[in-house]
Design a binder for this molecule. Structure first.
Ligand SMILES: NC(=O)c1ccc[n+]([C@@H]2O[C@H](COP(=O)([O-])OP(=O)(O)OC[C@H]3O[C@@H](n4cnc5c(N)ncnc54)[C@H](O)[C@@H]3O)[C@@H](O)[C@H]2O)c1
Length: 398
């Protein structure tokens, strides 16, 4: 068998019904051969959970619930039990399972938004701080190599002082789903008890916010927000969650910015964009063309950095750290994509989990993915936006 240091990490799955997010995590876990899915509680319905585990394309241990999984896996010897768990349930089922796995000493990667409320998110942050158990929020798009390159360019001051940031995530999901039978009852994202205070802002606005914060290092200090509902979902105002979200933000360091999200923007698929404008240059990035980073410096020709491996000593990126240079998944000219972005998150988390098992884990590195503190920042942003919207778009401190 494997030496302990070589054995692949065992990963547990919780939830993941849509297939999309389960498959993306599963591919990412397998991509390096150093991690594998070994156990799963795939549904809130116990018999469905066992059925789905039985249909998995290779043998895994099926569990009726995450509670049964924790009990059974905790009783197994190291090497046989799960080394970390990925939580892919609707938003209302992030907090309790995350807390339970952490309390059992099991590292967690949890889907976004971290929880339903700031109070829950802060309680998880306190637990992570107290126990020093690895924890990540699965903000996918930080895993693109170009996101990491953009972070390097902005944070090393190559654009000068940042003036303006425009972060947006536009899609047409609610416009499309509103034409399907069962709408809106079958869509948990439009149910405040399952989704949280905001649908669109929490679901994809937090991705745009995270991209802004990750690349620039700036924080939203104050905001004025509009949360709008364009697709009719019934008469009860308490049940009307937004499908269109706009927040004008005052950022740290004197910059301003927009964080926008929309699920009614017909024609947009997963159109997430980031534009950062500094006093001497700007960068532009788009998720749908995720291997390209466009850089403009005043009085210089536009530079388009594309698919890695392009820098040389004379380029203004000549001082790029070796770790960033070597982290592209494929040689230049070949295509990376969403699965590689997810894999980069799991690769970094594997490092955290192995360090934790070896007793030398020093806490999450925010350069390699979203931390529990980033999850708290997402919830604070959403709560402030909801408060602003309720109060006539008043400016609210975050
Ligand atoms: N990072 C990303 O890019 C990304 C993309 C899509 C979805 N997500 C997130 O993933 C989460 C799930 O979204 P989805 O669209 O896949 O939802 P979904 O409704 O398609 O699937 C959720 C599954 O979780 C199961 N479930 C609910 N409670 C459970 C429990 N206690 N134990 C076990 N299983 C349980 C449900 O039965 C369902 O099968 C959400 O938080 C969403 O925000 C993230």
């Amino acid at each position: 068998m494997f030496a302990e240091s070589q054995r692949p990490l065992n990963v547990g799955f919780i939830g993941g019904g849509s297939g999309f997010i389960t498959n993306a995590h599963q591919r990412a876990i397998f991509m390096d051969g150093t991690r594998r899915v070994t156990a799963a509680a795939l549904s809130s319905n116990p018999s469905k959970a066992m059925e789905l585990a039985g249909e998995w394309p290779y043998p895994i241990k099926g569990y009726e619930s995450y509670q049964v999984m924790i009990e059974a896996e905790s009783a197994l010897p190291e090497g046989g039990r799960i080394d970390y768990v990925v939580i892919m349930t609707p938003n209302d089922a992030h907090y309790e399972p995350s807390k339970a796995f952490l309390e059992a000493g099991i590292p967690v990667m949890c889907e976004k938004p971290l929880t339903l409320t700031v109070a829950e998110a802060e309680s998880l942050r306190d637990l992570v701080t107290r126990t020093n158990i690895p924890f990540r929020v699965a903000h996918t798009y930080l895993g693109h190599w170009t996101s990491q390159l953009a972070r390097y360019i902005v944070r090393s001051g190559k654009l000068g002082c940042i003036r303006w940031v425009d972060a947006s995530y536009l899609n047409s999901s609610i416009a499309i789903k509103s034409r399907k039978p069962g709408f809106p009852e079958t869509l948990w994202r439009l149910n405040p008890e399952k989704s949280g205070l905001s649908n669109c802002g929490g679901d994809i606005g937090t991705h745009a916010l995270m991209q802004l914060r990750y690349v620039t290092g700036l924080e939203v200090e104050e905001l004025s927000a509009h949360l709008e509902t364009y697709v009719p979902v019934g008469d009860d105002p308490a049940k009307r969650l937004d499908d269109h979200f706009t927040a004008y933000c005052r950022l740290s360091g004197g910059a301003n910015g927009l964080v926008r999200a929309s699920q009614i923007s017909i024609g947009h698929k997963n159109d997430m964009r980031l534009e950062v404008v500094g006093e001497s240059g700007s960068i532009r990035w788009s998720q749908e063309d995720s291997e390209k980073l466009i850089v403009n410096l005043l009085e210089e020709s536009e530079r388009v950095y594309w698919r890695g491996g392009f820098y040389d000593e004379d380029d203004f990126l000549g001082d790029m750290p070796d770790e960033l240079k070597s982290s592209t998944a494929v040689p230049w000219g070949h295509a990376e994509g969403l699965n590689d972005a997810f894999a980069r998150l799991h690769r970094a988390f594997e490092g955290d989990v192995r360090a934790y098992r070896n007793g030398n884990y020093e806490g999450a590195d925010g350069a390699k993915g979203a931390t529990v503190a980033d999850g708290v920042a997402g919830l604070r942003f959403v709560e402030a936006a909801v408060e602003s919207n309720r109060n006539g778009n008043a400016w609210v401190k975050v």
